[in-house]
Design a protein around this ligand. Structure first.
Ligand SMILES: [Zn+2]
Length: 88
């Protein structure tokens, strides 16, 4: 799956109150937590009365994904470029 699909899947699970990992697949959990994207998601949903239109929801996800450039785990080194933590 692409990063955008991973992020959408992650947030979809949260919407359904399903258990998730600490961060979407391929994203550094350390940095994801530090940027408080979960909190951003919850306040976004609250602002949309928990029922955003598909268009608004997708554009929120696209916005988040655009910011994830530096905190995706490098597929070759398994290392996060920002915090240098290694994931194997
Ligand atoms: Zn990191």
């Amino acid at each position: 799956m692409s990063l955008i699909e991973n992020v959408r899947d992650f947030f979809n699970r949260k919407r359904k109150n399903e258990t998730t990992e600490k961060a979407p697949e391929g994203v550094c959990p350390n940095c994801w937590g530090r940027h408080e994207y979960d909190g951003e998601f919850y306040s976004f949903m609250k602002g949309q009365n928990d029922n955003p239109s598909k268009e608004i929801y997708n554009s929120f996800i696209a916005d988040v994904v655009r910011k994830l450039d530096k905190i995706t785990i490098n597929k070759n080194t398994y290392t996060c470029d920002t915090c240098q933590v290694k994931y194997e």
